[in-house]
Design a protein around this ligand. Structure first.
Ligand code: PLP
Length: 352
């Protein structure tokens, strides 16, 4: 830290993203990317757009918002586009929290919520998950605070039914409830239909996990138009051109590629079920994941040691050192071939 760095940020603890190593090629199961390429129409759309790079993109993202509105059964003014879910979530915290308006979130959950609270000086109300990692929705009733819930949760993979989220929104009528649906397309149920009946509910989705566009950076916030207008106020105060031309075009093409979307996410869910069965046969304990990753542990080796042994053998998974989950590994569901390599290396390491 230089002597010029703002003292108000001296305690900032930045998020540590999953490794993106360049030293050798790995079977990369550590950042929940899709193992499949983007839909062909997405690549075409990007190619077409490159000839217009000298022009700014549409700051209103009108064409994308119209396409998303048709897709989700909303109006365009109920949708805002962000540079990935991360930007959308950050804008939501900027808009609906501050020094005097805390954010309630789970422990364990997506690590960025705590990091943004640090950056924005937002006090945190941290609500521990139950012993089995489930989230007790009743603990979120009557909080009188802005709430963010990853549903399905990360890295536990567990999902709540929309009715439970709706009840949380009902039980906090004077606060905004943000649902982070990064993994919803892998077997959970979306809260988007609840927007019509809740004036305090925001739903955030991303093109990174289920639409093969992690590198393009695109996410959507959906909600009542008054809340979206507040979000737009923040967005336009920071970066009105937050979505670049290629990504805008790619997003439209991705929403149109419904066949490819369904095919790839169902393939991942199938591979997830097969891999979970294989791991269970080897004595692993697993959560009931509704995401594109598995959360698993074994008595046969401590989590950190198993992570390092797999890395040594060219398989990257994610290990978190937080106390309650330091024995667990988060394993992205890749192709069937990648999962076969994972299992073979696990058998080598564990003497299976
Ligand atoms: C991956 C992820 C994000 C961030 O997604 P981007 O759109 O790539 O920024 C947000 N929340 C959760 C829970 C995630 O897993």
């Amino acid at each position: 830290m230089s002597r010029f760095f703002s003292p108000t940020l001296s305690n900032l603890e930045p998020y540590t993203p999953g490794e993106q190593p360049q030293d050798r090629s790995y079977v990369k199961l550590n950042t929940n990317e899709s193992p499949y390429p983007p839909a062909p129409a997405v690549l075409e759309a990007i190619q077409k757009e490159t000839g217009r790079l000298q022009l700014y993109p549409d700051p209103a993202c009108a064409a994308l918002r119209q396409k998303a509105a048709d897709y989700y059964g909303l109006q365009p003014d109920q949708i805002m586009a962000g540079n990935g879910s991360d930007e959308n979530l950050f804008f939501a915290l900027r808009a609906f929290c501050d020094e005097n308006h805390p954010l309630a979130h789970a422990n364990i959950t997506y690590g960025c919520y705590a990091v943004w609270c640090g950056l924005l000086h937002i006090p945190e109300d941290i609500i521990p998950l139950e012993a089995d990692f489930s989230l007790d929705p009743v603990k979120y009733h009557g909080r009188n605070e802005t709430i963010v819930i990853a549903n399905p949760n990360a890295p536990t993979g567990l999902a709540l039914p929309p009715e439970a989220i709706g009840a949380i929104a009902d039980a906090n009528p004077d606060n905004v409830v943000i649902v982070d649906e990064a993994y919803v397309d892998f077997g959970a149920e979306s809260c988007v239909p609840l927007i019509a009946s809740h004036d305090n509910l925001l739903v955030v989705q991303t093109f990174s996990k289920s639409r093969q566009m992690a590198g393009a950076r695109l996410g959507l916030t959906m909600g009542p138009r008054e809340l979206i207008a507040d979000m737009e106020r923040v967005r336009s105060s920071l970066n009105p051109y937050n979505i670049n031309r290629m990504t805008l075009a790619a997003g439209i093409a991705a929403l149109e590629s419904t066949g490819y979307f369904d095919e790839t996410r169902h393939q991942i869910m199938e591979t997830r079920a097969w891999t979970a069965g294989q791991l269970a046969r080897r004595g692993f304990e697993l959560t009931d994941s509704r995401t594109n990753f598995l959360f698993a542990r074994t008595d046969r080796m401590e989590g950190g040691a198993l992570y390092r042994a797999l890395r040594e053998k060219g398989v990257l998974v994610r290990h978190f050192s937080a106390p309650r989950i330091s024995d667990w590994l988060r394993i992205t569901v890749g192709t069937l071939e990648q999962m076969e390599i994972l299992l073979k290396q696990l058998d080598d390491i564990l003497g299976g």
